[in-house]
Design a protein around this ligand. Sequence first.
Ligand SMILES: [Ca+2]
Length: 281
Amino acid sequence: MRLHFIGIIIATLTLQACGTETTTNNNNSSSANNTENSTTSSIADIPFTVRKIYPHDTSSYTQGLVYVDGKILEGTGRNGFSKLMYTSLQDGKSTRSISLPYAYFGEGVALLNGKIYQLTWQNNEVFVYDANNLQKLQTFEWPYEGWGLTHDGKNLIISTGSSNLYFVEPSSFKILKTVGVTDNNGPVGNINELEYIHGHVYANQYGANIIYKIDPTSGRVVGKMDLTGIREKNSIPYNPNDEMMGNVLNGIAYDSATQRMYVTGKLWAAMFELENEKGFR
Ligand SMILES: [Ca+2]
């Protein structure tokens, strides 16, 4: 009996140590069991306007998106199709690209101090590249799944498909702190692609058409953008089965000079330039 109990503990610890956080397709897994939460304050909708629409390569299973000097840095996923590339914003075509070996499923990307970091989904590896030429410089180990990636100017911020944001020291990949994302119903799971904008983390939630604005200190959701139907409303071709097939909203980039946000999704035909009158602050 005791051995069995210890076995359960060891199995639990092993699962935690390996970082095998459950990946689900549930787009609101966090709220079902949190009915005791009595907080009723509403989370403000963040208004936005679609200012421009650009082509996006429908073979790009977008997992990471960053705006860099008029170009888009994009990381894509799926084994055999994963890439890291710079693309032209105007036509969506890549201007420099590398392919990941078949074994790797690329995930979130971030550019910090001249280096690009690229997560992998379940390979427990993070690649570091020279941002100028996409030459690989280094590989770090990562104990969890890799989903979204951004930075606050100093540290990397990683999502793993859970409700956690991990703050990581870029030169050592040491986890400095972990912040749980919560809304009025409790933890918010399936946190995916990220973008740090003026002191907040913006994150889209896997399977949902929502971008959350998150206080990086408390983890509290302080605002949200509802992008439901953004392709339909703008006459962008889409497959009605996209959500079922996982071809969902995933990708947030931001140009601080123009204060415009760029969003796209996995295999989407368009990238949307969004404006908020207050600049997404
Ligand atoms: Ca991003």
